[in-house]
Design a protein around this ligand. Sequence first.
Ligand code: AMP
Length: 305
Amino acid sequence: MSAQHEVLVVGSIGLDSIKTPFGEVFEVLGGSAIYFSLAASFFTSVRLVGVIGEDFPKQHVELLKKHGIDLSGLQVLPGKTFRWKGNYGYDLNEAITLDTELNVLANFAPQVPDIYRDVKHVFLANIDPDLQLAVLDQVRNPELVVCDTMNFWIHGKRDSLIKVLKRVDIAIMNDAEARELCKEPNLVKAGRTILSWGPKRVIIKKGEHGALMFTNGSFFSAPAYPLEEIFDPTGAGDTFAGGFVGYLASCGQINDTHMRRAVIYGATMASFVVEDFSVQRTSALNQQEIRDRYQEFQGIVHFGE
Ligand code: AMP
């Protein structure tokens, strides 16, 4: 894969403890950069910038390597790895954060290795927006910069987040986050407000109701895959982003049709991750399963000429 097609990602790497109506897990592999990287690795080469503590299990590092994820930008700091504890009720669209322990993430100063600085595609996964800005300051001339965030940072670091939005091409967030960030209940108006801050494109994810993509002159609406069994929605947003950015990075020149296909690849990847806890489903996927589900999506949205 040529450097033209690589993706650089910065985001959290963590150990998640999660309870859903269907089960419970303790300190499993999670974090925005992890979900993103594994999904994107099915489309392109991924270069990961992130931090772990000395307690991070070795088998997780091995899993990333097995998927060809480049770890030259991974720092190991003294102390504990980031931890997140969340619950879901029967409305699986809404995660309730019970505890966030930043641990080594609190002292993280991302260092983009020299060999990554000319990368053409950058994904700023959910992490402190000041760290997202620090990464943007270190890359030289990216063609596509995409960011994500969450309510934790919308409440805690709104001003820094708006600075990030000024410097990205595409902002991705979920419906509740867009409403909170813009203090606007209507999603179309919230999308317009986000566009007015800088990005050329905004994607608002609506969980089991799909995703909306806005530019100043266009609108695209994608359904979610109609899954009957959703086990754990954690990571759906980051996995969506992995399919979306990973596919775009694999395209080279990007036009509006690629953007629309990328949304469907994002939704395809997200539909897999929710079928099991952590990255169990995504890490066991193969290309044929991805192609088959993408084709099923085509059937779902087709309504003739
Ligand atoms: P999502 O795709 O939104 O479900 O993201 C889930 C992942 O976000 C989990 O694996 C968590 O480890 C991670 N996460 C939770 N809170 C934060 C936070 N404040 N900053 C960065 N990552 C977080």
